[in-house]
Design a protein. Structure first.
Length: 339
């Protein structure tokens, strides 16, 4: 009897694209009946914001599976902390503390575990946040691949920011070049030899977001990880029921990323990032945010890449030659096991 794949989980169900969205909406969220004030599970934001004593507690959680564990520009420990810090930050929260749970494969070298933990704590210190509690489990050899790290973060804010707050006229800002993380891991993992060295952008960006919030005028933010810029910008447009017009020539992309993606036939717009944010800002504040962020380490490639207009949730790209094309969210991530 031929097995029906439609009734089985595939790798695409965890890749951050439309297939994963379908799983979440049709097989997970249908069981959630609780209504929550603030920003809750059903809104599928980067985390939840829970009203408490005239402020909001913001909480987010993420499980990290990356292969290889160590890659150009980072490792699974740095990735785990950065991803959670960044999810808190794009909701407008000041990160307060992290938890870290490890699931380790039997037979993994203790030296590898120690190196990973050292990176966890080093990155948390860089972000100015403590890891306050955790858990460790060991699975039999072959049941998992090396190590899985789950991190949960908690923060607070008076004014949580949703990813659906865009308004017509807002400017779309991106705080760095796209595609670096996913393509760096793919090239390293597959042993591709290119003249230029690709390097992941993985880093905590809470200090960058804090500067933008201090300037003011931020209406929405998102962390463009799985599915890349294409997935995140479509989510923002659909949730806000607006259209977004992007300009290809304004989207920052390093030469080595562009050339590598062309060789491999991968659209860098759909590749995971781990050290940048999409920020929607009121037009009167956008230039100031742009100029101030460019002064910060890790945000020197910040650029205004588009404008929000009236519409129904579509994203278009004005190409370098003056044409226009629609930007569609990917079905899945073209590069699995990167976050």
């Amino acid at each position: 009897m031929t097995e029906n794949k439609k009734n089985r989980i595939t790798i695409e169900h965890g890749a951050g694209g439309e297939v994963m969205d379908s799983l979440i909406k049709n097989s997970i969220l249908k069981w959630s009946t609780e209504k929550q004030e603030g920003i809750g599970l059903n809104q599928l934001d980067d985390g939840a914001a829970i009203p408490h004593n005239n402020e909001h507690i913001v909480i987010t959680t993420d499980s990290h599976i990356v292969r290889p564990l160590f890659f150009p520009g980072g490792d699974i420990g740095r990735l785990a902390v950065s991803g959670t810090i960044n999810d808190l930050s794009v909701m407008g929260a000041e990160p307060l503390a992290l938890t870290s749970a490890l699931v380790i494969e039997e037979g993994l070298e203790i030296e590898v575990v120690e190196k990973t933990i050292q990176s966890l704590f080093k990155t948390a210190k860089e972000a100015g946040v403590n890891i306050v509690t955790g858990d460790t489990k060991v699975m039999e050899s072959g049941e998992i691949d090396d190590i899985i790290i789950n991190t949960t973060g908690i923060g607070y804010t008076k004014n949580p920011i949703s990813d659906k707050g865009l308004k017509p006229g807002d400017k779309i800002i991106i705080t760095g070049s796209i595609g670096n993380h996913g393509l760096a891991i793919l090239s390293h993992r597959e042993g591709f030899k290119f003249k230029s060295k690709l390097k992941s952008d993985v880093k905590p960006i809470n200090h960058i977001i804090k500067k933008a919030l201090k300037i003011g005028g931020v209406t929405a933010m998102k962390d463009p990880t799985r599915g890349g810029l294409a997935k995140s910008i479509n989510e923002m447009a659909k949730k806000a029921k607006v259209d977004i017009e992007l300009k290809e020539q304004k989207i920052p992309i390093k030469k080595e990323v562009k050339s590598t993606s062309e060789i491999l036939g991968i659209d860098p717009m759909t590749v995971a990032n781990e050290g940048i944010a999409i920020i929607a800002a009121k037009p009167e504040k956008a230039d100031k945010i742009l100029n101030q962020l460019r002064k910060l380490e890790g945000a020197k490639d910040t650029e205004i890449i588009g404008t929000v207009v009236e519409g129904n949730g579509e994203v278009t790209l004005e190409t370098a030659i003056g044409g226009k094309r629609y930007i569609e969210p990917p079905a899945g991530d073209p590069i699995p096991r990167v976050c």
